[in-house]
Write a protein that binds this ligand. Structure first.
Ligand code: AHG
Ligand code: MN
Ligand code: MN
Length: 335
């Protein structure tokens, strides 16, 4: 029987692996686990209490804000700002920077997050999630600024996500392996269930919203047609799986291999997903698990953000599949 170890115990035991990490970093990760348990509690009874449905508001990205989006955002902000480890935060559900109130202690870390990913799936009982990334601050003291937030994914010191699904799993990395913890609701603890996750170098599943096929450019169409062609030698046709919740599609890709794509198209040249708190944290996770993430031309982790909510095309998953996608997107592949 696998050793029973809680996420808190695991984080403390691994703390020495993080250069210059103090207990502060471990407490920051532990606070994230707490915040996600509180979000899970609301998600798991979403059908029962009045947090289903929309607030009638629209967020900065033009998405209709669901009540659970707003609730999750408030939970993450309230739990995380009190720990004294952060100098500033940014969230998909908050227009500008989230400052740490004057009366609260500031720390040397920065948190970027998507509090509730897959909002359109809340009302129909399909998996949803949360995504987070942690940077060290760039400025030296006082309140954090945009300079602390607008860092490339290469600078992340930790990143991860939670999937609230048939079971709830917390996956994170601090650069030394990617580890998954499954929530045992009977004791309210995240227990180690997936130590050192490695993504297969090549998969046989592709994940994209084919409803937008006619908006794609010729190279993207050619790539998808290539994946659907019969060719036993290269493991084609690939299977299609698309949940419509990035975190759920990504988690399946991380464990089974293959590729998730949200490309740019004629209507949205930069695609739909946001760089800072969706693509970059998951790119950091996939790279630490042996995979790759690209916008079709550059590694996602090398993109210098210029605005909080900027979007990016995203190709993420098994290294060979993402590299093949890049060749097609760049017009360099023969069918
Ligand atoms: P969010 O709910 O945080 O806005 O994210 C929704 C995103 C992502 O979860 C998913 O991959 C994508 O929306 C699905 O978009 P389409 O419905 O256009 O396929
Ligand atoms: Mn999202
Ligand atoms: Mn969201």
């Amino acid at each position: 029987m696998q050793r029973i170890i809680t996420i808190e115990r695991f984080i403390i035991e691994r703390e020495h692996e993080i250069p210059g990490a103090t207990g502060e970093f471990s407490k920051l990760l532990t606070d994230l686990a707490l915040a996600s348990k509180i979000v899970w509690r609301e998600v798991s009874k979403a059908g029962l209490v009045d947090i289903i449905g929309s607030t009638g508001k629209v967020n900065i990205s033009g998405d209709v804000v669901q009540k659970l989006d707003e609730f999750a955002n408030e939970i993450f902000i309230n739990v995380m700002q009190k720990g004294g480890h952060l100098c500033v935060m940014a969230s998909e559900e908050s227009k500008g920077l989230i400052e740490i109130p004057d009366e609260l202690a500031k720390g040397k870390y920065v948190l970027v997050f998507d509090p509730l990913d897959g909002s359109s799936n809340i009302d129909v009982n399909v998996s949803i999630g949360s995504i987070f990334g942690i940077f060290r601050r760039v400025t030296t003291s006082g309140k954090g600024t945009e300079r602390d937030i607008l860092q490339p994914g290469r600078n992340l010191v930790a990143a991860g996500y939670i999937v609230y699904g048939s079971s709830t799993i917390f996956v994170y990395t601090t650069g030394n392996g990617v580890h998954g913890f499954t929530l045992d609701p009977s004791i309210g603890e995240f227990l180690l269930s997936h130590e050192n996750i490695r993504i297969p170098k090549k998969g046989d599943i592709y994940s994209v919203n084919e409803g937008y096929y006619e908006r794609w450019d010729e190279n993207m169409k050619r790539f998808i047609n290539y994946l659907k062609a019969e060719d036993k030698a290269t493991g084609r046709p690939y299977k299609l799986r698309y949940v419509g919740t990035l975190v759920a599609d990504f988690h399946r890709t991380l464990l089974y291999g293959g590729i998730f794509m949200y490309p740019g198209d004629k209507k949205n040249p930069e695609g739909k997903l946001r760089l800072l708190y969706e693509a970059a944290p998951l790119a950091y996770v996939v790279e630490k698990a042996g995979g790759r993430a690209s916008d079709g031309f550059r590694n996602i982790l090398d993109i210098e953000p210029t605005s909080l909510h900027q979007r990016t095309p995203l190709f993420i998953g098994s290294e060979e599949d993402v590299k093949l996608a890049e060749k097609f997107i760049q017009g360099k592949a023969e069918d």
